[in-house]
Design a protein around this ligand. Structure first.
Ligand code: DAT
Length: 184
C-alpha cells in the first residue's frame, strides 16, 4: 500500500500519441472535480523537466533531442513524486521505480495518423520513421508490461477528441476509487 495520500499517474506512449494533451486535460479535470480537488495536481512534462533541471549531457543533433542523464533525472524526480498527485508525461516508462507509480496509461494511435501528427510537428524523417515503427511494434506497451504489475497498466486509444474525453472520465473515476481505497 503506498504511503502517499494521492496517486501518481504515468501517461506514456510513442511521441505524438497525445500524452501532453491528455496530461493537461487530466490535471484540469482532477483539479475541478469536487472529490479530487483538495489535492494540488501537477503535470510533470519530463521533457521540459530534463531541460529545466539540466538532466542531460547535451543536445543530440542527429535525433534532435536531449541525451538524458537518467541518474540525475531520477534524483530530481524522487523529490517531486513523493507527495503524490503527479501526472507524469514521458515517452518511455521503464526508467521509473515501480514504487513511484500507481497507474500507467499507454496511449495508442493508428500509425498513419501518428505519421501525420509527427510530420505536422516538423520532425525529421528518421525520427518519424523510428517512432512510427515503435508504435507498430508496441514498444512502449511491451516495456510498460515488463516494468509494472499487469493490473496497473492500461492501454488507451487516442485518435479522436471523444477518445480523450472518455479516457479522462475513466481516469478521474479511477483516482476517486484509489482515494477511497488508500487515501485515508
Ligand atoms: P505527445 O505528448 O504524446 O507527443 P501531444 O499531446 O503533443 O502528443 O499530441 C500530438 C498531436 O496530436 C497534437 O496536435 C494533439 C493531437 N492529438 C493527440 N491526441 C489526440 C486525440 N485523442 N484526438 C485528437 N487529436 C489528438
Amino acid at each position: 500500500m503506498p504511503s502517499r495520500q494521492w496517486p501518481n499517474i504515468l501517461i506514456t506512449g510513442t511521441p505524438g500519441t497525445g500524452k501532453t494533451t491528455h496530461a493537461a486535460q487530466l490535471v484540469e479535470a482532477l483539479q475541478s472535480s469536487p472529490s479530487t480537488s483538495s489535492a494540488t495536481w501537477e503535470h510533470v512534462n519530463v521533457g521540459d523537466f530534463v531541460k529545466e533541471k539540466g538532466c542531460h549531457s547535451g543536445f543530440n543533433e542527429e535525433w534532435q533531442s536531449w541525451d538524458v542523464d537518467e541518474d540525475k533525472l531520477l534524483d530530481e524526480l524522487e523529490l517531486v513524486q513523493q507527495a503524490g498527485a503527479k501526472v507524469i508525461d514521458w515517452h518511455t516508462c521503464d526508467l521509473f521505480p515501480e514504487r513511484w507509480i500507481d497507474l500507467v496509461l499507454v496511449l495508442r494511435c493508428d500509425h498513419s495518423q501518428l505519421w501525420a501528427r509527427l510530420e505536422k510537428r516538423g520532425y525529421q524523417l528518421n525520427k518519424i520513421q523510428e517512432n512510427n515503427e515503435a508504435e507498430i511494434m508496441e514498444v512502449v506497451l511491451n516495456d510498460a508490461r515488463e516494468s509494472y504489475a499487469a493490473e496497473i497498466v492500461v492501454e488507451m486509444q487516442s485518435e479522436k477528441p471523444e477518445d480523450m474525453e472518455q479516457n479522462i472520465e475513466r481516469i478521474v473515476s479511477w483516482v476517486q476509487a484509489w482515494r477511497a481505497d488508500y487515501g485515508g
